[in-house]
Design a protein around this ligand. Structure first.
Ligand code: BES
Ligand code: ZN
Ligand code: ZN
Length: 507
């Protein structure tokens, strides 16, 4: 899809669909219903001889978020259709709604065969809203059907999406569109990876995908294979991998800016379990097919590195993606096995299904040994995070409040909801082993926090943030603005964090 930003008048654009946002109004008077949705469009054109007032009065359209009403052969507009989309409450409208409106327009209008769409935006923050709407359009166009053979699937594609911002003259709009494209396309790369079935995307295939992205985005790339990891002593990661005939890899992608600000070195670490059966502590079969997205954290890191390579933020960023398949052949790890991690700490594997933390432990140690000053990991780590927060907030954990505040700030700017959970010392008491330095599971309480505490034992004393995306990386029911399947959560926050990095960052 081609995206662009225009400052011209929307009436003149010869597109298949010209869209304007209409907000909810409390007033039920004829005048209120007839008010033009935007001061940048002629009220007579927007109302089309009373059309808008009529659909409002009939209750067919009330301005509720993402509601859509389409008017054909409009007068005074070059477009084939005039579309009114609900913006909800005007004072609650933010870039989150703008992003979703972009997505909802594409998803709705592509089923009507509209190939080109223009959306009029105005008001304060119009520049942020424009970028968000463009991102939303690209995200909304994505479908999880790459492996369907039906040739019709390419017929209903929106080819062009234009945001019209008459108020935004003087801004460097082209840069804005480029940023939107880099981020949203990268998020779609993440979603495509996370959606691949595990017979197609095993650790070697994930490594090949990371390598291809590195080449495309001008990043350095290397991968440690089984032998290299054995030499180093990554016993925690290799213990998980030993039950699969697919070899594990630890992928490293490096972005280096021409000039670095300060001495920071950001590491992004992403869980790359290409399939999680649970191992000998096997999962129930119902819903197990979804465990192909257990590499969504790794995919988010790969997608973020693609955008980072294109947008060139001022700090060095290195990605570490440990990739394994958690299977159960005759050589599989058993409950009770004790492994020695790269850090030297021994781990009693009480549950082979708590495998993510085992591979992340070695990846985090490796990141620190390779110069990371700040670490953020993203992982589909625990089912418990969905119990605690539902599917709307990523769970966030840290050993350094100042650093987490920066990550949360980036997530707000990026429109990805995150919520901090506590990491008081008391919770560490749940992680006690009689036979090794630590067990890989806590008791029945606070499963997401004990998982985070496990990782923290390997991150100390480096400032570290852990993002548990188990409940947010997959959408079970499609939304008006987004298809069912992988969401690509994490990509936008990672990119924002790197772009906002200030030289004054200290521990
Ligand atoms: N990959 C799962 C977590 C998960 C669950 C991701 C649901 C996405 C959706 C992880 O490896 C796991 O199995 N965690 C266990 C930990 C337990 C054994 C302490 C869990 O959450 O049940
Ligand atoms: Zn598991
Ligand atoms: Zn897992």
């Amino acid at each position: 899809m081609h995206i662009q930003i225009e400052t011209s008048s929307i009436e003149k654009l010869a597109v298949n669909a010209a869209a304007v946002i209409c907000f909810e109004t409390e007033e039920k008077t004829a005048e209120a219903n007839a008010v033009a949705p935007s001061r940048n469009i002629d009220p007579d054109i927007a109302n089309q001889g009373g059309w808008l007032a009529e659909v409002r009065a009939s209750g067919e359209f009330s301005g509720k978020l993402y509601e859509i009403s389409v008017f054909y052969r409009p007068q005074g507009v070059a477009a084939k259709r005039l579309v009114v989309i609900g913006g909800g409450k005007r004072n609650k409208f933010s870039d989150v709604e703008a992003r979703r409106i972009g997505g909802a327009l594409v998803r709705n209008l592509k089923t009507k065969g509209a190939k080109s769409i223009a959306l009029l935006l105005e008001g304060t923050d119009v520049v942020d809203h424009a970028e968000a709407a463009l991102e939303g359009a690209i995200l909304g166009a994505w479908e999880p059907d790459a492996l369907k053979t039906d040739p019709k699937k390419n017929e209903n594609q929106v080819e062009q999406f234009t945001v019209v911002v008459p108020d935004a003259t003087g801004h460097s709009l082209e840069k804005l569109a480029q940023r939107a494209e880099a981020i949203a396309e990268s998020q779609n790369v993440t979603r495509t990876l996370a959606n691949q079935p595990a017979n197609v995307l095993n650790p070697a295939a994930l490594a090949a995908a990371a390598k291809a992205v590195a080449q495309e985005a001008n990043l350095e790339y290397e991968a440690l294979d089984h032998n290299a990891m054995k030499q180093l002593g990554m016993g925690a990661l290799l213990g998980v991998a030993q039950g699969s005939s697919n070899e594990p890899y630890l992928m490293v992608m490096k972005y280096r800016p021409a000039v670095s600000l300060g001495g920071s070195h950001l590491a992004l670490v992403g869980k790359g379990v290409t399939f999680d059966t649970g191992g000998i502590s096997i999962k129930p079969s119902e819903g197990m097919e979804k465990m192909r997205y257990d590499m969504a954290g790794g995919a988010a890191v790969i997608g973020a590195m693609r955008a980072i390579g294109q947008l060139k933020p001022p700090i060095p960023v290195t990605a570490y993606i440990p990739a394994v398949e958690n299977m159960l052949n005759g050589n599989a790890q058993r409950p009770g096995d004790i492994v020695t991690s790269l850090s030297g700490k021994t781990i009693e594997v009480l549950n082979t299904d708590a495998e993510g933390r085992l591979i992340l432990a070695d990846a985090i140690t490796y990141a620190i040994r390779n110069g990371a000053t700040h670490i953020v990991d993203a992982a589909t780590l625990t089912g418990a995070i969905g119990v605690a927060l539902g599917q709307y907030n990523v769970g966030a954990f840290t050993n350094n409040q100042h650093f987490l505040d920066r990550v949360l700030n980036a997530s707000k700017r990026a429109g990805e909801k995150m919520w901090q959970l506590p990491m008081d010392d008391e919770y560490k008491e749940y992680l006690k082993s009689s036979f090794a330095d630590l067990p890989n599971i806590g008791g029945r309480f606070a499963g997401s926090i004990t998982a985070a505490w496990f990782l923290r034992e390997f991150a100390e004393p480096t400032p570290w943030v852990h993002l548990d995306i188990a409940a947010t990386a997959w959408l079970d029911d499609p939304k008006a603005w987004l298809a069912k399947g992988p969401t690509g959560v994490g990509v936008r926050t990672f990119v924002q964090l790197a772009q906002d990095w200030a030289p004054a960052v200290t521990r």
